[in-house]
Design a protein around this ligand. Structure first.
Ligand SMILES: [Zn+2]
Length: 375
């Protein structure tokens, strides 16, 4: 930057010296703007900012259209701590030469308000902050240190996907996702309750519609350690088959994961939009934004642990662990996973999913995955 300007000025100086550059003013002793600017530059390098400023003021007086001299003057002012004058000089330089990124950068640096340091919690916590902290603490208490991944599940909320007018995916012979998920959830609840280690709750127990946001509210109210939403996958490619485990993330782990999430989120359009008053700030939402990363991280770890046991007992192929932005998982104040237990769009798997024995096998596989994490 400076080198470029210097060379430009050198050429001007040469022209000036050889008499071609007639418009250059000189002071009483014959010093040109170039001479003053060069002197100013040397003084800045020597950190003699006051002298540099005086020389550079002379340079810009003699040549008001020199971006180089204005930029140097800005640096001299900046060195003196005169920020207002520095910004004015850098602005002048940037006006004359819009490509002068150095001056632009300096304006930005100087005019930027210092980022306020986060206040330490000297002030007493608000009830909401207390609640958020207590939730975070209780979540960490529920994590077991062994293996670093195991998660002790004591209370689980099972969410049978879809319901009511929302049938979810429909198979080639008319089997509806909402019916299979409800039956699977009920079988799973029975299976888990038998063992007596985990308390199990369902978000719905019949064929009715619950908005996606209400499903996590239910899980939060039950203060569950884990939220499991059960779905059946579907794909235009009727050959696609197998089970997938998902956890929530801001960006999808693959195009396919994004597609699955988009399909499962599609029912959102029927939900009542939450009306915000002008100026309304959802503090709880802001606080929760920090928490949810932790839950998602734990969900990912849990999904890995879960899948090891789950796939051993599964009657279908395991298609692994993936992540995407599932609305139904977003607001869960606990680790949460979403299972796609087979493809209803696949002829063979649709036929299998109709069988009580296969549904039992799936329920057993899910229960094994959950109980593994129950310590
Ligand atoms: Zn679904």
């Amino acid at each position: 930057m400076d080198r470029r300007h210097f060379l430009k000025w050198i050429s001007k100086g040469i022209l000036s010296a050889s008499g071609f550059w007639l418009c250059t003013s000189r002071d009483a002793w014959g010093k040109s703007a170039f001479d003053f600017a060069l002197e100013g530059q040397n003084l800045i390098a020597a950190e003699r900012f006051a002298e540099a400023r005086d020389a550079l003021k002379e340079a810009v007086r003699l040549d008001p259209e020199s971006d180089w001299a204005h930029g140097l003057l800005g640096r001299a002012y900046y060195g003196l701590g005169q920020k207002t004058e520095a910004v004015a000089a850098f602005r002048e330089a940037a006006r004359i030469n819009p490509a002068d990124t150095y001056s632009r950068m300096m304006i930005e640096i100087i005019t930027q308000k210092p980022i306020p340091r986060p206040k330490k919690s000297e002030s007493p916590l608000t009830p909401l902050e207390k609640k958020a902290r207590a939730e975070e603490e209780s979540m960490f208490n529920r994590l077991t240190p062994e293996g670093g991944l195991a998660y002790r599940v004591k209370r689980v909320v099972i969410d049978p996907g879809h319901g009511g007018f929302d049938s979810g995916a429909v198979g080639p012979t008319g089997l509806k996702e909402k019916d299979v998920t409800l039956d699977l959830a009920q079988r799973l609840k029975r299976r888990i309750s038998e063992k007596g280690k985990i308390k199990c709750f369902l978000t719905r127990t019949g064929d009715y519609y619950i908005p996606l946001s209400d499903r996590t509210v239910i899980a939060n109210q039950y203060q569950a350690d884990l939220f499991v939403s059960i779905h059946i996958n579907a794909n235009e490619n009727r050959k696609a088959h197998g089970c997938e485990i998902y956890y929530c993330s801001e960006t999808a782990s693959s195009k396919e994961a994004a597609r699955v999430a988009a399909f499962e989120n599609a029912v959102l359009k029927y939900d009542e939009p939450f009306k915000k008053r002008p100026g309304y700030i959802d503090i709880e939402e802001i606080l929760f934004n920090f928490e949810r990363r932790l839950y998602w991280e734990e969900s990912g770890k849990f999904a890995g642990v879960f899948q090891n046991r789950f796939q051993q007992a599964l009657p279908f192929k395991s298609r692994g662990v993936h992540s995407a932005n599932f609305f139904v998982l977003r607001s869960a104040k606990m680790p949460s996973i979403l299972l796609e237990t087979g493809f209803i769009s696949n002829y063979d798997e649709e036929a299998e999913l109709k069988k009580a024995s296969i549904r039992d096998e799936i329920a057993v596989a899910v229960a094994r995955g959950l109980l593994y994490g129950s310590g």
